[in-house]
Write a protein that binds this ligand. Structure first.
Ligand code: GLP
Length: 260
């Protein structure tokens, strides 16, 4: 097994391929390099994007890639989820998050940035619209994901059954707590519902990268890689996809066999 620190250490070679980096910044840099490479290979690449604390370093690195010449002019993006009931202009919305951390710094054209509208009056129509826009864009080439400590991806929460397509979801208390920072630190202010791509929307992406850092993610990462498929851990379904790369720092990899 080649061991080359800056490139990360591959500890699980089949999909999901697991690569462990020296630290969270190294993982973020590697992911930004991969995205810049995907744009170079196909300037019209369609990318699915996450929010959360984890991707902040990745977005910083992507902005740095843009400063080095990565051109996002033909890139199309789809954000994976959004809260229900708050306008796009609300500072806690995922749209605001993306404007602040990525879009105001790079040249993705506004008409190529796609978001779910959390204030749509007809939620079902809004979810259908999103699926249609993804299909019209030719599907997602590279879906980047974070993961909740309970194993959620997007806002597909652990439940007895999971939804295949973009849908409305009731958030768990754990998820609302971990999003509280966007709402002045008060869980009570976090909207109880969200819209999210479904499991099939995500799994139909041609390639998927899951970025997880920090020891709080170690237990669920271990179950995602080695555990059975279960709706109790939505990310476990990533095992069904043949091009998934899980990029970790050492603390998030701590419970995996062979981790550095
Ligand atoms: C939110 C998002 C998820 C994200 C998760 C992890 O709940 N809807 O898409 O993966 O947060 O957040 P963090 O990276 O802050 O742990």
């Amino acid at each position: 097994m080649p061991v080359h620190k800056p490139q990360g250490i591959r500890i699980h070679a089949r999909s999901p391929r697991v690569t462990v980096y020296a630290d969270a910044d190294a993982a973020a840099r590697a992911l930004a390099r991969r995205v810049a490479g995907a744009i170079e290979a196909n300037p019209r690449v369609v990318i699915g994007l996450p929010t959360g604390r984890t991707p902040l370093a990745f977005y910083r690195e992507l902005v740095a890639q843009h400063a080095r010449g990565a051109d996002f002019a033909e890139v199309t993006t789809f954000n994976v989820d959004e809260f229900v009931g708050i306008p796009a202009s609300h500072p806690g919305s995922y749209r605001s998050f993306m404007e602040e951390h990525l879009f105001r710094h790079v040249n993705v054209r506004p008409e190529r940035r796609h978001f779910l509208n959390g204030t749509a009056t007809d939620v079902d129509a809004e979810c259908r619209r999103y699926e249609e826009e993804i299909a019209a864009a030719g599907g997602i080439d590279l879906q980047i994901l974070g993961i909740g400590t309970n194993g959620h991806i997007g806002f597909n929460e652990p439940a007895p059954a999971l939804a295949a397509r973009t849908h409305r979801v009731t958030l768990t208390l754990e998820t609302r707590r971990s999003n509280a920072a966007l709402f002045g630190g008060d869980t009570a202010n976090v909207p109880p519902e969200a819209l999210s791509m479904g499991m099939a929307t995500i799994l139909h992406a041609r390639a998927i990268v899951l970025l997880a850092t920090g020891k709080a993610k170690a237990a669920c990462v271990e179950r995602v890689v080695n555990g059975p498929l279960t709706t109790g851990l939505p990310a476990s379904f990533l095992q069904l996809h043949d091009d998934v790369n899980i990029m970790l720092d050492a603390p998030a990899a701590a419970k995996l066999r062979g981790s550095p």
